[in-house]
Design a protein around this ligand. Structure first.
Ligand code: NAP
Length: 272
C-alpha cells in the first residue's frame, strides 16, 4: 500500500513484542526467509539488537538488499525534549545496525499532550532523510487534532489495537478522512479470539484457520497489520491469506463481534 508521502508499505508485518532479545534474531531471520518484509519493533521491547541481528542474517540468507525490507521502531517516553527524541532515535538505529528507518512512531500519546517536541524532532529526522515515514501509535482523535495544530508533516500511520472485538470504526473513519493509514496491533487479540465460535464457523466454511480469517477481515478493509508468531508454521500460515476473500455475510458476522474490548492498555489513561 502507499502511504500519504507515496512510500510503499507492506500490508502485513511481523511483530516482535514480548520476544526476549536473545531469541529475536532467529525469529526475525525466519520471518524474512519466510517472506515477511516488514518487521515491527520498539525501543521498549528491548530487542532492537536482536532484531538488527535477525535483519542482517535474513538479508544474508535471502540475498535481498536492505531496501526490500520495511523496518519500524517506536519512541518511548512522554514529554521528551527535542534533543532526547533525536538521541533515542540514534540509539535505536545503532542497536538495529541500520542507517535509516522506514517508519518511526511515537509509541503512546500519554495523558497530557506532551508529544509536541518529539513530533518536531521526528519531522526533522524525516526531512533529513533518516526515516522514510513518521507516524504515531495509540493516538485517539483528540490527540491527532492537537497535533494537527502545529504539525508541518502529518503522520503517515496510526498504529492501534484493532481486531474484531475492537473494530475502532469511528477512529478509522477519522484517519481515512485525514489520509493517515490505520495499522493494527494485536490483530489476533494476542490469541484470545482464536476459539471464538463465529470465527471457527467461518474458518470451516473457507477451509482456513481462525487466525487466517481474522487477518483476512483486516485486509478486506484496507487495514495494515502486524502479527506476531515465534513459530515458523504459524508465520507461514499468517502470511497465507491472499488467496481467498470473505463474503458480505462473513464480514457482517465478524463486524457484529465488536464490543469495544481491549487486550492492551487504554490510550486515554495509559501513562508511562
Ligand atoms: N503500538 C503498540 O502499542 C503495540 C502494542 C502491542 C503490539 N504491537 C505490535 O503488534 C504486534 C502483534 O501484536 P501482539 O504480538 O500483541 O499479538 P497478536 O499478533 O494478536 O497475537 C500473538 C499471539 O498469537 C499467537 N499466534 C500467532 N499466530 C497464530 C496462529 N496462526 N495460530 C495460533 N496462535 C497464533 C502467538 O503465539 P506464538 O508466538 O507462540 O505463535 C502469540 O501468542 C506486536 O508483536 C508488536 O509488534 C504494538
Amino acid at each position: 500500500m502507499k502511504l500519504n508521502n507515496h512510500i510503499n508499505i507492506p500490508e502485513l508485518g511481523l511483530g516482535v513484542f514480548q520476544i526476549p532479545n536473545e531469541e529475536t534474531a532467529e525469529i526475525v531471520k525466519n520471518g524474512i526467509i519466510n517472506g515477511y518484509r516488514l518487521i515491527d519493533t520498539a525501543q521498549i521491547y528491548g530487542n532492537e539488537e536482536g532484531t538488527g541481528q535477525g535483519i542482517k542474517e535474513g538479508l544474508h540468507a535471502t540475498n535481498l538488499p536492505r531496501e526490500e525490507l520495511f523496518i519500524t521502531s517506536k519512541l518511548w517516553g512522554s514529554n521528551l525534549s527535542y534533543e532526547e527524541t533525536l538521541q533515542n532515535f540514534e540509539t535505536s538505529l545503532e542497536k538495529l545496525g541500520l542507517d535509516y528507518l522506514d517508519l518511526y512512531l511515537i509509541h503512546w500519546p500519554g495523558t497530557d499532550y506532551g508529544y509536541q517536541e518529539s513530533w518536531k524532532a521526528m519531522e526533522d529526522l524525516y526531512k533529513a532523510g533518516r526515516v522514510k515515514a513518521i507516524g504515531v501509535s495509540n493516538f485517539q482523535k483528540h490527540h491527532l487534532e492537537r497535533l494537527f495544530t502545529y504539525a508541518q508533516t502529518l503522520p503517515a500511520v496510526n498504529q492501534i489495537e484493532l481486531h474484531p472485538k475492537l473494530a475502532q470504526k469511528s477512529l478509522r473513519h477519522f484517519l481515512e478522512k485525514h489520509n493517515i493509514k490505520t495499522q493494527a496491533w494485536s490483530p489476533l487479540m494476542q490469541g484470545k479470539l482464536l476459539d471464538n465460535e463465529v470465527i471457527q464457523k467461518i474458518a470451516q466454511k473457507h477451509n482456513k484457520s481462525a487466525a487466517q480469517i481474522i487477518l483476512r477481515w483486516h485486509l478486506e478493509q484496507g487495514i495494515l497489520l502486524n502479527v506476531k508468531s515465534v513459530k515458523v508454521e504459524r508465520m507461514r500460515a499468517n502470511r497465507d491469506v491472499f488467496d481467498f476473500s470473505l463474503d458480505q455475510e462473513d464480514m457482517l458476522l465478524l463486524d457484529a463481534l465488536d464490543e469495544n474490548l481491549r487486550v492492551g492498555p487504554d490510550p486515554e489513561t495509559f501513562n508511562f
